[in-house]
Design a protein around this ligand. Sequence first.
Ligand code: SF4
Length: 364
Amino acid sequence: MKKEEIVMIHGTDYVQMTLKLLEAIHLDEIIGDKTKRIALKPNLLLDDDASNGAITHPELVEGVLLYLKKHEFSNVKVMEGSWVGSRTSRAVKASGIASVCENYHVPFYDMQKDSSYPCDAAGMPLHLCSELKTTDFLINMPVLKGHCQTLITCALKNAKGVIPDSEKRRFHTMGLHKPIAHLNTVIPHGLILVDNICGDLNFEEGGNPVVMNRIFACLDPVLCDAYVCESIGYSVDDVPYIRIAERLNVGCADTSKAKVTMLNQPMNDQTNSHATGRVRKLEKYTDARDACSACYGSLIYALERLDDQGTTRGKREHVCIGQGWKDTAGEIGVGSCTKNCSRHLLGCPPKALDIIRFLEEYWQ
Ligand code: SF4
């Protein structure tokens, strides 16, 4: 797998999807030596169920552990520290990840109980949790979601789970962006496995999950987060820590260089039945017929940004989306399936940022 690659899989059997994805990218060759000490780092910021859009699905952790077992990697652990105010010990149980670790006889390390050591992160003094010292290969497993302060959170920000609580508080006093970027200069980046199953629309703590039913893998945390920005309707320059990390040589933020491979096509699995609060309100602008979650989720993210800036005010049109529009004419549509609409945006699925530009032009 090359640094510019992003490999994606769609579906609803998350354990099998994870296995297939890791086989496709040959994770065993990326890790190399079987004796390497491997750490999985999910996002467990609070005690909740993954379906609410805040934390990593336990099925992804199970898929990775199954893969590592099959390929005879035996020095494996899971580690995480919840956000300040929540207890990791409770979060890991509530998520189901504690049971997965037990079933696979893999230790879980609570970073809120770990000691720490000082380091120089590209000129910024920081403290890291001691477990990092005994990690050769990190599998970073963030949730792709919105964030009320930094707009997005994914690979780079998930690294905050391996610093002590005192550092997390200090990060907030320093404005988050700069310390997040510097932290990533001392993280042993191995693989990034992104949980893009149902991350939240706007908030780190979940509550408005946007179902997209996909998982993707990449090696470059900067490219990963840059791609995430465009996937949920922001430009890379909206999120300062990405550009700072790029300047610190953590990775490349040029999404035009990203090579995205889809192992399968999105499926027409979209259903409105689980939509809550804000997402349900945005659905009034859509006319979905057999839409794929990945496509529909992109439209929901785009509508949220447009609604925020007032562009949807007074608009009565419904945006056509889904495979059910393939042979049907409509007024305005998003996704290649709606090519019979008078105005349409191609893409399968299109990115939220492209949908925003398209609808802005149409509505203004
Ligand atoms: S364009 Fe059609 S097939 Fe492609 S993701 Fe959208 S709904 Fe699915």
